[in-house]
Design a protein around this ligand. Structure first.
Ligand code: SF4
Ligand code: SF4
Length: 79
């Protein structure tokens, strides 16, 4: 699951919609328990801000690292 923290408003709609408890919100942070997720995508549908999405794109490890690095650089620039 992709999660865009930058657009998340902490409304908790996704967490409330999750039927398995895979999305827990504690101490102002989301914990995603992949073992409990059944991939129903309710969290994605409930999010009005498109902060959650399931990518169907296949990525190599190098692409994942590259994307994560870009995201971290963007966040550092925003701080
Ligand atoms: S529904 Fe979207 S905006 Fe609301 S807490 Fe979940 S991810 Fe954030
Ligand atoms: S896909 Fe379904 S089970 Fe998984 S976190 Fe989202 S709502 Fe919960």
């Amino acid at each position: 699951m992709m999660y865009n923290e930058r657009v998340c408003t902490d409304c908790l709609a996704c967490s409330h919609a999750c039927p398995t408890g895979a999305l827990q919100y504690r101490e102002q942070k989301f914990m995603f328990h992949a073992d409990s997720c059944n991939l129903c995508r309710r969290c994605e549908r409930e999010c009005y801000f498109t902060a959650r999405s399931f990518s169907s794109k296949q990525m190599t490890l190098e692409e994942v690292i590259e994307e994560s690095t870009r995201e971290m650089q963007f966040k550092r620039g925003a701080d």
